[in-house]
Design a protein around this ligand. Structure first.
Ligand code: TRP
Length: 79
């Protein structure tokens, strides 16, 4: 399968799902490597769902607000 490499940001195969349970939930993408900085932020309103993959650029995410987060390692609620 040909995966498009968005500038050296190859995705891993796994997805995470974040469902906002209130308005104004923010998801921040944190960089991989020695430096941990926020490189992207996304705002979700209640009921909106984001389906995402980790990449070479994004090692971790930070979620602020009340949301349901589904991953391979289980489901957790934030906020
Ligand atoms: N820059 C860090 C790294 O690549 C990003 C990171 C990964 C991180 N996992 C984390 C930051 C857990 C805080 C907590 O390792």
């Amino acid at each position: 399968m040909d995966l498009e490499d968005g500038g050296g940001e190859l995705p891993t195969g796994r997805y995470i799902v974040v469902k906002a349970l209130e308005d104004g939930v923010t998801i921040m993408g944190l960089t991989r490597g020695r430096d941990t900085r926020s490189h992207h932020s996304e705002r979700l309103d209640a009921g909106e769902v984001m389906v995402a993959q980790f990449t070479q650029l994004t090692a971790a995410i930070k979620i602020r607000g009340n949301a349901e987060i589904l991953t391979d390692v289980g489901t957790v609620n934030s906020g």
